[in-house]
Design a protein around this ligand. Sequence first.
Ligand code: 3PG
Length: 204
Amino acid sequence: MCEIINKINEYKVIPVVTVKDIDKTLQQAKILSENGLPIMEITMRTDISMNALKEISKKYPDILIGAGTILTIEQAKQAIKYGAKFLVSPGFNKKLVKYCIKHNIIIIPGCVTPTEIEMALNCNISVIKFFPAELSGGVNMIKALSAPYNNISFIPTGGINLSNLKDYLSIKKVLACGGSFMIDDDLEKSKKIINDTQKIISEI
Ligand code: 3PG
């Protein structure tokens, strides 16, 4: 496994942020950095997301930052230029995956079915985002998929929160869990959730 994937595995979670306000996102980044969870995925779902990514990677180089909701090669190029260390896509986009592999870019594509997983395997991808996790069968589906595909690692995301995080992280083949639940507009609340998340991780 590469260094970045190892780091994600060490942190066990990927806090996912959709940027509505760059200053607020910078404050949220600071909180993650200061509270022992320097990892963040910025989804490319708003006009200001790319700039937020650029600012955070400049101001918080300690944060392992990724870009999510990458749908096109253009977005991938720009996100890497702005400092993203890994890319995440909601589905399996063959063109995007091939581009990333060719350029040595870490891409974690979304796959939830055996067919999609085999598409990933055919591209030598062994770490996938299982999205949307809860709606796609959750913990039981991952366990079922792990049987035939024991060389695949999952990053379930979508519907994960403090009450089901432990169930997901307890599965051997789950590398980490993604979720927006760790980042709240209320910064004090974020701190508490990060703390509670870390407690759960320490119990695994
Ligand atoms: C993502 O794109 O990874 C999801 O929107 C995060 O899902 P969540 O908000 O249910 O955690």
